[in-house]
Design a protein around this ligand. Structure first.
Ligand SMILES: *[C@@H]1O[C@H](CO)[C@@H](O)[C@H](O)[C@H]1NC(C)=O
Ligand SMILES: *[C@@H]1O[C@H](CO)[C@@H](O)[C@H](O)[C@H]1NC(C)=O
Ligand SMILES: *[C@@H]1O[C@H](CO)[C@@H](O)[C@H](O)[C@H]1NC(C)=O
Ligand SMILES: *[C@@H]1O[C@H](CO)[C@@H](O)[C@H](O)[C@H]1NC(C)=O
Ligand SMILES: *[C@@H]1O[C@H](CO)[C@@H](O)[C@H](O)[C@H]1NC(C)=O
Ligand SMILES: *[C@@H]1O[C@H](CO)[C@@H](O)[C@H](O)[C@H]1NC(C)=O
Ligand SMILES: *[C@@H]1O[C@H](CO)[C@@H](O)[C@H](O)[C@H]1NC(C)=O
Ligand SMILES: *[C@@H]1O[C@H](CO)[C@@H](O)[C@H](O)[C@H]1NC(C)=O
Length: 762
C-alpha cells in the first residue's frame, strides 16, 4: 500500500471546521452524553435484563419531558454497561439528567470526556534491532489473553501472524467484529478478537462520518502497543533495510484482543468504558491501556471505575502514567487497584559518525531515516550564523556542513538548517532529552560540547576543512541505562496521593514495534513522508505494554495469583540500579538520582518477578476499605464498587501495598506515619527474612518485628513500619527503602519509601 498523506492532511484540516458547523447550528434542546451509574439491586423484577431496564428508563424520561420537533428531541441511549460496572451512557439534556437523578437505583452521573493517548511523538523513525535481552523469550504467555484498549489494529502486520500458536482457549468469548476494511476472517490464533466502539463519538457529533468504521487502526498507536505486548516473532524487522533484527512482543505466545475506542474523529470516555466492559466479558486475563484521563477524581475516572470491576474478576489492568513529566504531581492512572507504569530508556543509541578531514572520528547522535550522502563537504563555522536560528541569514549559507552552537534548542536549529542551503548540520548540545525522540528529518549529527572543541579547533586550523558523515548506526549496551525518561509523569498521584505511584518503570523511549503501512512513520524535510511496517516511538504508552506483557507471562506462570499479587511481584523485584550498578538517574532532572515518584520501585525485572519470595496481596474489600477512609460520599464510592455487598465498617487508608509514601503539607512540623503490612510466603517451604532499612534523608524508620519466620508456603506474617519525619518548607522529596532479605540470600523483597509534599495541581 502506498502513502496517503494528502488525504490524511485534508481530514485533519477539515475536521475542526466541520465540528464547528455542527455546534453552531442551534437545536431546540442541548443534549450531551452522560455516563450514568445505576444500582442494579433496584432493578424491578418486570425487566428481563439490565438493558431493558436502562432503555425503558431513558424512554420514560422522554415522556416526562416532551419536546418539540427535530431529530434530536428525545434522549437516546448510547451504551449499556454490565460487566465492570452497572449503568449506561445516554444523550441527555440537563433537565432530563435532573429527572433521571430522582429515579430509584440512580447512583451517579457525569459528562462524557475525552481521553489522552500517552505517546509523546507519533511521527518518528528508527534504524535498529528490536528489543534487547531484558525480556527472555518465553512460552509462559501461551494461553494468556491480553485485551488492548487502543486505536485499533493492522491485522495484516507480520506481528499478528499465528505461526506456532495453538488453538484458542475454550473459555474465550470474544469475536472478530466485521466492519469497514475488516472482515471476521482477519483474526487468527494470535489476534483472537477485534471490536470497535464509537457510539460515544457519534453521540457527541451526530453528523460525523467515521472514516474507518471498524477495528482497523488508522493512527498506528494501537498496532504498536498491541504488538509490543504480544507480537509474534518477525525475522528481519527493520526500518528501510537498516539494522535488521527479530521483532517480538514481550509475551510472544500470548493472544491479543483489540478493543478500538479511539477514532480519528474523537476519543470519549463512554467508548473507553464500553471497550473495557466488553474485554472483561469476553474473558481477557490482562488489560493493557496506554491512555488516561487527567484531572478527574477516582469516582469520575472511567479507567478507575472499569478497572475495579476487572480487578474483582481477577483481571490485572496495566496502564500508563502519562507524559507530563518532569514536574511533580501530574501523573494519571494513579489508581490504587491498577498497575501504573513509568517510562525509561533502553541501553541503545542511534548514532552517526562524523569524520573530519584530518582523520578524527566523532560519534554523534542521529536518527536520519535515509542513507544520505555527506562526503568530504566543506565545514562552515561562522559566529554570525552559528545560532542557526535565522532563516534570512542561513539563506546565504554555501553548500556544506553548517556547525550550530548550543545557544538554541536542537528542534529550532534542525528546522532552520533544513530550510537552508546547507547540506547537513553539526548540532552542539549537551541536552540528554534530545536522545528520547527520533524526529531527525534532515542530515546531521548531534555532538557534545566536549567533542565539539576538537571540531572547532580543526575548523580554525585551515581555510579548507571538510567532513564526512555516516548514518544508521546502532550502538547497544550504552551506559547508563535505564534512565527515567524526562517526559514520564511523576507522582504523587493527584487522584489519590496516599498510594505511591507510579509502581514500576519499563522501557518506553524509542521502542520499535509494528506500525500501519499506510501512514507516515517518518519524514525527510517537511514534505517527504516515509512509511514503514515498523516504527520507533517514545512514551509511557510504549512502557505500559511492556509491563502488560510481563504481567501476562506472570499470569501464565501463576494462574491463581490475584492482580495485586502480580503487581507485588513486579514491584518488589524491580531494579533501582542501572547498568553501571549506580542508582537509576532521571533524564528530566539533569541526571540526578531518580526518585520513586518518577520510576516507582524501579525497572521491572521479569525473570526475578517470576519468583518474588513474598507477596503483598490485597482483596477487593481492602480497596473498598481505602475508599471508605476518604471523604467520598456513599454514592461516589458506590460508583466505583457498584455493589452494596461491600462493607464500609473498617475504613482504612493503610492498604497492603508494596510501597510506602508519607505526605506532608507546606509547614514545618514533626510528623509520624505508621503502616501495617502483611506478606505471604510464595517461596518453597520454610524461610526466614530480615529487614534492612535505608531511611529517607532526615527521617527515622523503624520496623517491627525485624525478622519474619515462615514455616511453610502461603503462610502470612505481618509487620509494622513507622516513619518519623519533618515536613519541609522547601518541598523536598526524600526516599529510601525497606528490603526483606531471605537468610539463604535467595529472595530479596524491596519496597521504596518516599517522604513527599502534597502537590495540588488541580
Ligand atoms: C445532519 O445532517 C442532516 C442531513 O444532512 C441535516 O438535515 C441535519 O440538520 C444535520 N444535523 C446537524 C446537527 O448538523
Ligand atoms: C474476507 O476478506 C478476504 C480477503 O479479502 C476474502 O477472501 C474473504 O472472502 C472475506 N471473508 C468474508 C467472510 O467476507
Ligand atoms: C558569516 O556570515 C555572514 C552572514 O552571512 C557573512 O556576512 C560573513 O561574511 C560570514 N563570514 C565569513 C568569515 O564567511
Ligand atoms: C538567535 O540566537 C541568538 C543567540 O542565542 C539570539 O541572540 C537571537 O535573539 C536569536 N534570534 C531569534 C530570532 O531567535
Ligand atoms: C585563510 O585565508 C585568509 C585570507 O585568504 C588568510 O589570511 C589566512 O591566513 C588563512 N588562514 C589559514 C589558517 O590558512
Ligand atoms: C474532600 O477533601 C478534599 C481535600 O481536603 C476537599 O477538597 C473536598 O472538597 C472534600 N470533599 C468533600 C465531598 O467533602
Ligand atoms: C511554603 O509556604 C510559605 C509560607 O506560606 C511560602 O512562602 C513558600 O513559598 C511555600 N513553599 C512552597 C515551595 O510552596
Ligand atoms: C531550603 O532551601 C534553602 C535555600 O536553598 C536552604 O538554605 C535551606 O537549607 C533549605 N532547607 C532545608 C530544610 O533543606
Amino acid at each position: 500500500m502506498g502513502l496517503d498523506n494528502g488525504v490524511r492532511l485534508l481530514r485533519f484540516i477539515f475536521l475542526p471546521l466541520f465540528l464547528f458547523a455542527c455546534h453552531a447550528r442551534s437545536t431546540p434542546v442541548q443534549r450531551s452524553t452522560y455516563i450514568v451509574h445505576m444500582d442494579k439491586s433496584h432493578m424491578p423484577k418486570a425487566f428481563a435484563s439490565h438493558h431493558h431496564w436502562y432503555s425503558s428508563t431513558v424512554d420514560s424520561i422522554k415522556s416526562v419531558e416532551p419536546t418539540s420537533n427535530g431529530h434530536q428531541s428525545t434522549p437516546k441511549l448510547v451504551y449499556t454497561y454490565d460487566n465492570t460496572f452497572h449503568g449506561f451512557s445516554a444523550l441527555l439534556s440537563r433537565d432530563e439528567l435532573e429527572t433521571l437523578k430522582k429515579y430509584p437505583g440512580f447512583v451517579s452521573a457525569y459528562a462524557d470526556r475525552t481521553v489522552t493517548l500517552d505517546t509523546t511523538h507519533t511521527f518518528e523513525f528508527l534504524s535498529l534491532n528490536p528489543v534487547t535481552g531484558l525480556w527472555p523469550a518465553s512460552d509462559y504467555g501461551r494461553d494468556v489473553i491480553v485485551g488492548v484498549i487502543d486505536t485499533g489494529v493492522w491485522p495484516e502486520s507480520a506481528s499478528y501472524k499465528d505461526d506456532g500458536m495453538t488453538k484458542v482457549p475454550a473459555r474465550w468469548k470474544g469475536i472478530c467484529e466485521e466492519g469497514q476494511e475488516f472482515n471476521s476472517s482477519l483474526c487468527n490464533l494470535k489476534l483472537i478478537g477485534a471490536r470497535y466502539f464509537n457510539k460515544g463519538v457519534i453521540a457527541a457529533n451526530p453528523n460525523i462520518t467515521i472514516s474507518m468504521n471498524s477495528a482497523r487502526d488508522t493512527e498506528g498507536h494501537g498496532t504498536h502497543t498491541s504488538s509490543t505486548v504480544a507480537g509474534n516473532y518477525v525475522e528481519g524487522a527493520s526500518y528501510f533495510g537498516y539494522a535488521q533484527g527479530t521483532a517480538r512482543g514481550v509475551a510472544p505466545r500470548a493472544r491479543v484482543a483489540m478493543y478500538k475506542v479511539i477514532f480519528d474523529e474523537g476519543r470519549y470516555a463512554s467508548d473507553v468504558l464500553a471497550g473495557m466492559d466488553q474485554a472483561v466479558a469476553d474473558g481477557v486475563d490482562v488489560i493493557s491501556i496506554s491512555m488516561g484521563f487527567d484531572e478527574v477524581p477516582l469516582y469520575e475516572d472511567p479507567i478507575a471505575i472499569a478497572s475495579f470491576g476487572a480487578m474483582e474478576k481477577g483481571v490485572l489492568v496495566s496502564s500508563s502514567a502519562g507524559n507530563a513529566g518532569p514536574f511533580l504531581g501530574q501523573l494519571h492512572n494513579g489508581i490504587p487497584w491498577v498497575l501504573t507504569v513509568a517510562a525509561g530508556s533502553v541501553d541503545r543509541r542511534f548514532a552517526g559518525t562524523l569524520t573530519l578531514g584530518n582523520g578524527l572520528t566523532i560519534t554523534g547522535w542521529t536518527m536520519l531515516p535515509a542513507r544520505a550522502s555527506v562526503v568530504n563537504l566543506p565545514l562552515i563555522y561562522n559566529k554570525t550564523l552559528s545560532a542557526c536560528n535565522s532563516t534570512k541569514l542561513l539563506s546565504e549559507v554555501p553548500f556544506g556542513i553548517l556547525i550550530c552552537d548550543k545557544t538554541q534548542s536542537f528542534d529550532t536549529q534542525l528546522e532552520h538548517v533544513s530550510l537552508s542551503n546547507a547540506a547537513a548540520g553539526i548540532f552542539i548540545s549537551d541536552d540528554p532529552t534530545i536522545f528520547e525522540f527520533s524526529v531527525f528529518y534532515y542530515p546531521g549529527v548531534v555532538i557534545s560540547s566536549k567533542d565539539a572543541s576538537a571540531v572547532i579547533k580543526y575548523v580554525a586550523s585551515s581555510n579548507e576543512t571538510t567532513a564526512t558523515m555516516k548514518f544508521q548506526q546502532t550502538i547497544v549496551e550504552t551506559k547508563p541505562a535505564p534512565v527515567a525518561a524526562s517526559y514520564t509523569s511523576r507522582g504523587p498521584a493527584p487522584s489519590y496521593p496516599g498510594i505511591l505511584k507510579p509502581d514500576v518503570m519499563a522501557p518506553g523511549t524509542l521502542i520499535l514495534a509494528a506500525w500501519i503501512p499506510d501512514g507516515p512513520a517518518s519524514s525527510i524535510g517537511s514534505n517527504i513522508f516515509l512509511s514503514s511496517d515498523y516504527n520507533m516511538i517514545s512514551g509511557t504508552s510504549m512502557a505500559c505494554p511492556h509491563a502488560s506483557g510481563i504481567a501476562a507471562l506472570l499470569k501464565g506462570a501463576h494462574p491463581k495469583w490475584s492482580p495485586a499479587a502480580i503487581r507485588s511481584a513486579m514491584m518488589t523485584t524491580a531494579n533501582p540500579y542501572d547498568n553501571t550498578l549506580d542508582q537509576i538517574r532521571d533524564n528530566g532532572l539533569a541526571l540526578e538520582i531518580a526518585s520513586p515518584l518518577a520510576m516507582g520501585a524501579g525497572q521491572v525485572d521479569p525473570n526475578r518477578a517470576l519468583d518474588p519470595g513474598l507477596i503483598y496481596d490485597a482483596t477487593p474489600q481492602d480497596y473498598v476499605n481505602l475508599l471508605c477512609s476518604t471523604n467520598f460520599t456513599k454514592n461516589q464510592i458506590l460508583t466505583i464498587t457498584r455493589s452494596n455487598s461491600y462493607s464500609c465498617k473498617n475504613p482504612s487508608s493503610d492498604l497492603n501495598y508494596p510501597s510506602f509514601i508519607a505526605l506532608y503539607a507546606n509547614k514545618t512540623r514533626k510528623m509520624v506515619q505508621k503502616f501495617q503490612r502483611t506478606v505471604t510466603n510464595v517461596g518453597d517451604g520454610a524461610s526466614t527474612y530480615e529487614a534492612k532499612v535505608t531511611a529517607p534523608k532526615g527521617s527515622v524508620v523503624t520496623v517491627s518485628p525485624e525478622k519474619l519466620v515462615f514455616e511453610k508456603k502461603y503462610e502470612k506474617q505481618s509487620y509494622s513500619l513507622t516513619i518519623r519525619y519533618m515536613s519541609d518548607k522547601n518541598m523536598t522529596v526524600t526516599f529510601g527503602s525497606i528490603i526483606w532479605v531471605e537468610d539463604s540470600g535467595k529472595h530479596i523483597v524491596r519496597s521504596p519509601i518516599v517522604v513527599s509534599p502534597v502537590i495540588n495541581v488541580w
